[in-house]
Write a protein that binds this ligand. Structure first.
Ligand code: FAD
Length: 473
């Protein structure tokens, strides 16, 4: 009998390329009893020519093809009963161009591995996900945020060029200046337009492991004070000299002694580099990463305690952190696959609507917790952003990200209830001109989906990005 991935104790133990894993996406972390949906046929291309052959074959056979990187999305994007193309073996580094400060990789290249390779040569990716298995093609197909998005935008802002094979089997090269429409069609496209085969990414000179940043943090007990401070922050973020990276959270944790609620707004700025700060980074993160490593290996009750300590560790993050430790803090300390099942739902909100959307999301979550007992921990993560991609999404509007990190009581949180929560969040977005981060669960109805998908906004006939002159103006 085969073992289902959700029976594994910790995300660290999940084999991302197991056959069993192909029946699931990240939904299994929110709903461990979800039924697998296995593909009938799997393609494992290694080269661009292989991808062209795959597309020719599925066209001949009139089959639908899904593209799957490592299945970290939770919106049914990589699941099918038909044919799936895995990018697993599209994992070669093609060129490091030190003079042009770019690196070119095949789309299945795992970004953490790439950043390590670059780090050994004095470079790094400006924006990278916090998790060690996300691929270049998968991140490009959803957008890509990090604590450094405050300074460097989204991952897609840092793509210099890409090549993809469209559904007619043609190889197309595009960038912001060459085949611009194609470029904006494909980035954040969740695999709708064809297979991205290579990406050329901007890199920067940086030592992420050894450069220590200093944290400045304000705590908030009262949610109104938190919303007011964070509203000002997302509206008018400080310049990179004052805040290179950020971490903002509101947390509402039920405990036997009552609910613990508080928020924190942390910014990380450059500081003088001393041995003492480096030592504190090593020791304090050694403890936090130890929690993350042990999570999932212990008896249930102790595991819950470790998870609570991890949550506290994220909220009370050390004062001195290497850039790498800021980038990976949440994932390395809090294994989302340990403890109560976890659901992520993310909104890309206009900064002008931030307050109303924050309040409404929080109110909805409290309703699902108080009335339906379907949620336990409610955490809202906020990101202020400087992103060319988002700035051009709707002329005159700027955006920030709001991520709900919810622990789920699976006995109460039925599929219907999950869908009703998602549907209400999507309605809220439609009402306030917000978008969803499409790797997290959204409604399925294509018409409503078009209204909340940033990629669809870019691909509307009247979209400003189709005219480079307008964008530059
Ligand atoms: C533990 C964890 C931590 C995360 N941390 C972050 C984070 O810090 N920041 C953030 O922004 N997101 C984060 N995410 C979300 C993550 O970025 C998305 O799940 C993203 O989709 C990348 O995952 P993947 O490479 O496994 O892609 P998949 O989930 O396999 O694919 C995602 C989408 O991209 C399409 N796709 C994949 N490869 C290609 C390709 N070569 N060509 C065309 N389409 C393609 C797929 O069809 C699908 O629609 C995290 C997710 C998890 C589970």
């Amino acid at each position: 009998m085969t073992q289902k991935p959700h029976t594994l104790t910790s995300h660290e133990d999940v084999s991302h390329d197991s056959l069993d894993g192909l029946g699931y996406d990240w939904n299994w972390v929110a709903n461990p009893s979800i039924k697998p949906r296995y593909p009938f046929k799997v393609y494992l291309p290694q080269t661009t020519q292989d991808v062209i052959e795959v597309i020719k074959e599925v066209n001949q056979l009139r089959q639908e093809l899904r593209i799957r990187s490592r299945g970290h999305s939770s919106n049914d994007l990589v699941l099918t009963d038909g044919a799936v193309l895995l990018t697993e073996k599209l994992d070669q580094l093609i060129e490091l161009n030190e003079a042009g400060k770019t690196v070119t990789v095949q789309a299945g290249f795992v970004l953490a591995r790439l950043d390590k390779y670059l780090g050994e040569r004095g470079y790094g990716l400006p924006v990278i996900g916090d998790h060690s298995d996300i691929t270049a093609g998968g991140f490009a197909s959803v957008g890509g945020f990090s604590p450094a998005s405050l300074s460097y935008g989204m991952f897609v802002d840092n793509i210099a060029a890409l090549e993809y094979v469209n559904w007619d089997g043609e190889l197309i090269r595009c960038s912001k200046t060459e085949n611009r429409d194609e470029f904006y069609r494909v980035i954040t496209g969740t695999g709708q337009y064809g297979v991205i085969v290579t990406l050329t990414l901007n890199i920067m000179s940086i030592d992420k492991e050894r450069t220590i940043l200093e944290l400045e943090r304000t705590f908030y007990k009262n949610v109104d004070d938190f919303i007011e401070a964070t509203r000002r922050f997302v509206h008018d973020p400080p310049p990179p000299a004052d805040a290179l990276m950020e971490r903002i959270q509101w947390i509402d944790l039920p405990t036997p002694g009552g609910n613990i609620t508080f928020g924190q707004l942390s910014t990380y700025k450059e500081t003088s580099q001393t041995g003492w700060k480096a030592l504190r980074n090593t020791v304090e993160f050694g403890y936090l990463h130890g929690l993350g490593r042990w999570a999932g290996q212990l008896p249930d009750k102790i595991d819950q305690l470790v998870k609570m300590l991890g949550t506290a560790g994220v909220m009370l993050a050390p004062r001195y952190s290497s850039i790498k430790n800021v980038e990976t803090l949440t994932d390395k300390v809090l294994d989302a696959s340990v403890g109560d099942p976890t659901r992520w739902l993310a909104v890309i909100s206009p900064v002008d609507e931030y307050e109303v959307i924050f309040r409404e999301l929080y109110r909805l979550c409290l309703e699902y917790r108080n009335r339906h007992e379907a949620l336990t921990l409610i955490a809202l993560y906020v990101k202020a952003l400087r992103s060319e991609y988002l700035d051009n999404l709707v002329p005159g509007k700027r955006f920030c990200e709001l991520l709900l990190y919810l622990n789920v009581n699976t006995r109460a949180m039925t599929e219907e209830l999950t869908e009703s929560l998602v549907s209400r969040i999507d309605d809220l977005c439609i009402e306030h001109g917000a978008f969803r981060y499409m790797h997290t669960k959204t409604v399925k109805d294509p018409q409503r989906r078009r209204l909340i998908d940033p990629n669809a906004a870019y691909n509307r006939e009247d979209s400003a990005v189709h005219d480079p002159k307008e964008v530059q103006a």
